[in-house]
Design a binder for this molecule. Structure first.
Ligand code: PEP
Ligand code: MG
Length: 325
């Protein structure tokens, strides 16, 4: 059974009635790229670039980053590679900053906020991404964007970096698509505004669930309350997908929810454009996609949006999976 799943993992993620959903992969380290290709990944939907900065005494140089990013773009050979800019802080700490203690690190100086306060470090990474992006089919995205002001501030830094690269006479991807991760409730509520100023969205449900439900994603004591199928989470995801499509941009989902067999049919019903997950999950998720129809997924979604509690939704999803697969 496992063998047959693996054998079919290079087929496209397409429902029986012809709806395509791109199945991409999340990676943390360059070395994982072999697994992505082996398990049928159609691209890299999330490269967690912060891992190249962690567990080392000094910061990587622009050249080191450029070489790593370039090699990734080249190995993927025309398949999409999405670099996420640094998402440091909270659960992902730099050795040099490991001592910083914040009372609420998840609500503290992390991610894009950290980058906007450490512009030299941010600029070094942006230079490396822009230069590497000429070697493949690349995109970049900012994590933890809370609203328009922050997006524009990040884009201003990007603009300055492009000017610097031009001045330095270096070759770079002038028109690299720039997206944001939607992982804060404030971004969900302003998705319609944000969609007009970015090239794509990628929904980060790991953080979106944490911030929407007020549940620390690393705290085992409250993990039973960390519920991907909570009506608030599902409605948020739907709002973001609809806002993206109304503005004519694509929307991906790269949190753990993308590899959850119970959630995938619902996401298909919302007409998500792509899912990004750990490489090993790809064959199983592709199998689910290929054995279902968009009609079924839309019907399931309609019924789920009518449910008022997580328990009811869980039951409905469970029933639909067991009758279908
Ligand atoms: C997320 O928050 O869903 C996500 C994909 O990013 P990370 O898990 O790296 O915070
Ligand atoms: Mg996140």
């Amino acid at each position: 059974y496992q063998k047959s799943i693996h054998r079919n993992c290079h087929l496209p993620g397409e429902t029986i009635d012809g709806f395509r959903v791109a199945v991409h992969s999340n990676i943390e380290l360059f070395e994982e790229v072999a697994a992505v290709l082996d398990y049928g990944g159609e691209g890299i939907g999330l490269f967690r670039t912060e891992y190249s900065y962690m567990n080392r005494p000094s910061l990587p140089t622009e050249e080191e980053l450029y070489e790593e990013y370039k090699e990734l773009a080249e190995i993927m050979d025309g398949k999409k590679v999405t670099y996420r800019t640094l998402d440091l802080g909270s659960d992902k700490l730099l050795s040099q900053h490991a001592q910083i203690s914040e009372r609420n690190p998840a609500l503290g100086l992390r991610s894009i906020r950290f980058c906007l306060q450490h512009k030299d470090m941010f600029k070094t990474q942006l230079r490396a991404i822009l230069r590497a992006a000429v070697h493949g089919n690349c995109a970049m995205m900012y994590p933890m964007i809370s609203g328009l002001r922050e997006l524009r501030e990040a884009n201003k830094v990007l603009f300055e970096v492009k000017q610097d690269l031009r001045r330095d006479g270096l070759h770079f991807a002038e028109n690299i698509p720039v997206g944001i991760m939607v992982e804060l409730p404030s971004a969900v509520m302003t998705a319609e505004l944000l969609a007009r100023e970015v090239d794509f969205f990628s929904i980060g449900t790991n953080d979106l669930i944490q911030y929407s439900l007020g549940i620390d994603r690393t705290n085992k004591d409250v993990s039973y309350l960390y519920q991907p199928l909570h009506p608030a989470v599902l409605r948020s995801i739907k709002m973001v997908v609809d806002a993206a499509h109304q503005s004519g941009i694509e929307v991906s989902l790269c949190g753990e929810v993308a590899s959850d067999p119970f959630c995938v049919p619902i996401l298909l019903g919302m007409q998500i454009d792509s899912l990004s997950m750990n490489p090993q999950a790809i064959p199983g998720i592709k199998r689910i996609i290929r054995q279902t129809t968009m009609d079924e997924c839309k019907t399931l979604l309609r019924r789920i949006l009518d449910c008022r509690t997580v328990m009811k939704i869980n039951r409905l999803v469970m029933d639909s999976i067991f009758t279908r697969f």
